[in-house]
Design a protein around this ligand. Structure first.
Ligand SMILES: Cc1cc2nc3c(=O)[nH]c(=O)nc-3n(C[C@H](O)[C@H](O)[C@H](O)COP(=O)(O)OP(=O)(O)OC[C@H]3O[C@@H](n4cnc5c(N)ncnc54)[C@H](O)[C@@H]3O)c2cc1C
Length: 244
């Protein structure tokens, strides 16, 4: 299913059994693809982007990675193969859910989920799990996108906020269009100043997005006195340098 200009969701079930083990919100699946023209299987990890009490499928939401601007190289191998070739009935090899970037829903300290672009995927699973399992828990969902066309899951999160009075949603668009009117809260880039303005209390912060976005928010939170032990992040690309 198309979620935005760049992101398509895939719903996975087992080929040979009914029951689908649940996972912790924030975890990912590792998949292995045999792609024509590649001399060995391509292995990639994708966050699980949905959550329900009884797991009925694993949803992966994948951005088709373009070639970087100005570089004459191939666009992303696995993501574009998924977009172009994987359809209903396709079979994919996958390992069980894994990962340590998880939300402990029993903690009493408020939760702040901060993402941009496709970094929204683990946040969707976290915000849904929290709304189902611990709906009195205060939670902020802050997401940055270019505009409504590049914003996946806007309706899903807006609907959730309608059900959960303890969920505070803030969408910030960097290049909003007239069609977006009324569907986002502010213009610009999500930064530490916005987070501080919205969350005026002690909290735990979960981040996922582009490397520069995460670096700047981690730095900003640190400068405003948030201890490292309260900040968790998932990097989709190469490992991030630590912020000292
Ligand atoms: C824990 C985790 C969770 C993740 N969750 C998600 C998710 O939910 N959704 C999602 O979409 N992604 C997610 N990712 C990212 C995903 O695993 C892949 O890295 C992503 O899809 C790109 O893979 P690819 O094979 O399409 O691109 P690759 O083929 O690996 O290429 C990546 C980029 O490098 C460029 N490139 C190719 N050759 C060169 C070259 N010679 N020089 C410079 N650049 C080059 C490509 O054009 C492309 O832009 C996650 C990653 C991790 C680690």
């Amino acid at each position: 299913m198309k979620e935005s200009e760049e992101i398509i969701s895939f719903y996975l079930k087992f080929e040979d059994k009914e029951e689908i083990p649940n996972f912790q919100p924030g975890q990912f699946l590792t998949i292995k693809l045999d792609i024509p023209g590649q001399d060995k299987p391509i292995v990639r990890t994708y966050s699980l982007s949905d959550y329900s009490e009884k797991c009925e499928y694993y949803r992966l939401s994948i951005k088709g990675e373009p070639a970087p601007n100005g570089l004459d190289v191939m666009p992303g191998i696995a993501s574009n193969f998924m977009h172009a070739r994987i359809q209903e009935g396709s079979v994919i090899l996958a390992k069980p859910p894994n990962g340590k970037f998880v939300l402990d829903m029993q903690k009493s300290i408020p939760t702040v989920l901060i993402s941009n672009g496709v970094g929204i995927t683990p946040m969707i699973s976290m915000v849904k799990a929290c709304t189902l399992v611990n709906p009195t828990h205060p939670i902020w969902f802050v997401h940055g996108a270019r505009d409504g066309n590049f914003h996946a899951f806007r309706d899903e999160v807006t609907e959730l906020a309608g059900q959960n009075p303890n969920l505070n949603v803030h969408f910030r668009y960097s290049r909003s269009t007239p069609e977006d009117t009324g569907k986002y809260q502010s213009v610009g880039y999500v930064d530490a100043a916005l987070i501080q303005e919205l969350v005026r209390q002690e909290a735990e912060y979960f981040l996922c997005g582009s490397p520069s976005f995460m670096q700047s928010i981690i730095q900003g939170l640190k400068e405003s006195g948030v201890p490292d032990s309260r900040v968790f992040f998932e990097s989709f690309g190469k490992p991030m340098k630590s912020v000292s």
